[in-house]
Design a protein around this ligand. Structure first.
Ligand code: DAH
Length: 351
């Protein structure tokens, strides 16, 4: 029986050391130490032994069991370690591989233009201000020298919400707000980019569009200041070769008033289909702030003067980027928008 035990032990130790994974090791444990295992059946056979032999064999079986158990545990640790190492090796990430490209959105061309206008005017000491889109008749018209019943109100078909409130038809409404808010009448230099609304429903006009308003009020502000400012503005937005032409016009809140044309950037002024062979493109309205407007908004027109201008931002963006249909600006078609992924200069079209 002693030999039998030793034989079992030898075999068991061999298979423990040969085991290559935890599953095999567990099978070995069951085979030798389990309830129906080989050592257990040796113990069962002890009934036939003499009283002297029994404790000796019993002790032998127990040391054998303990030894096997200890070896199994040792091997188990070893295999667990190996398996962990294998898993870590398998799951290792190769950080030298190129990553997946993250798809980035792009800035909308209108926002690009707004940011460029803001940067330029902030660099010249202007504040960027805003006003409500739902405006009162008082600020949108009356305080701009357009009393109720004034014929010039016909120039802008308005969305009235009540008799008093309307969707603002022009960012000029914020001129009055800025003047009223400036209680100490310190030099005022503001630009107002924002949405405006008119009752238009033909193909070339949108009921909602964007404008940027400019207003400067101080002592001794003259037409020369307006001309210089607009020249810097237009050359920055449309290129240094751009020239400006001031045409007398009429706006109730300025006197004198001008519409400003710029040289056609497609043909450089020679005449083409874009400028209808005139060489010029009409871009903005401007003028010297009307004394009535100054007075109504808290300024003494004998002491102060100012200039103002209003530009359609949609038109400006279209000309700058060569966009031919205004509706493209509002449809959010990704194929259109992603053309503005790259740097501004790359987007500027060369005619
Ligand atoms: N508010 C005018 C419009 O929407 C544009 C305009 C003209 C603004 C003359 C001005 C200005 O500030 O002085 O048609």
């Amino acid at each position: 029986m002693k030999e039998q035990i030793e034989q079992i032990q030898k075999e068991a130790l061999q298979s423990i050391s040969d085991a290559t994974d935890l599953k095999q090791l567990n099978d070995i444990r069951v085979k030798y130490l389990g309830k129906k295992g080989e050592l257990t059946s040796v113990l069962r056979g002890m009934g036939g032994l003499s009283a002297e032999e029994r404790p000796i064999i019993g002790a032998l079986v127990n040391t054998c069991k303990e030894e096997l158990e200890a070896k199994i545990q040792e091997k188990e640790k070893e295999l667990e370690k190996l398996e962990l190492e294998k898993r870590i090796a398998n799951e290792q990430i190769d950080i030298t591989l190129p990553s997946q490209k993250v798809k980035r959105g792009s800035k909308h061309p209108l926002n690009r233009v707004i940011e460029e206008v803001e940067d330029l005017f902030v660099s010249m000491g202007y504040d960027v201000v805003s006003g409500p889109e739902l405006e009162t008749d008082e600020y949108c018209f009356e305080r701009l020298n357009l009393p109720k019943g004034h014929p010039a109100r016909d120039m802008q078909d308005s969305f009235y919400i009540t008799t008093e409130y309307l969707l603002r038809t022009q960012t000029s409404a914020v001129q009055a707000r800025a003047m009223m808010a400036n209680e100490e009448k310190s030099p005022l230099r503001v630009i107002v980019p924002g949405k405006t609304f008119r009752r238009e429903d033909d193909a070339t006009h949108s009921h909602q569009f964007n404008q940027v308003e400019g207003l400067v009020v101080d002592k001794n502000i003259s037409l020369a200041d307006l001309k210089g400012t607009l020249e810097v503005f237009m050359k920055k937005m449309l290129g240094q070769n751009t020239e400006l032409r001031f045409r007398p016009s009429y706006f109730p809140f300025t006197e004198p008033s001008y519409e400003v044309d710029v040289t056609c950037f497609k043909c450089g002024g020679k005449g083409c289909n874009l400028c209808k062979q005139t060489g010029w493109i009409e871009l903005l309205g401007s003028g010297i702030v009307h004394p009535n407007v100054l007075r109504m908004n808290g300024y003494d027109p004998d002491k102060y003067s100012g200039f103002a201008f209003g530009v359609g931002l949609d038109r400006l963006a279209m000309f700058k980027y060569g966009i031919t249909d205004i509706r493209l600006l509002y449809q959010n078609d990704v194929r259109f928008l992603k053309q503005f992924d790259r740097k501004d200069e790359e987007n500027e079209i060369k005619y």
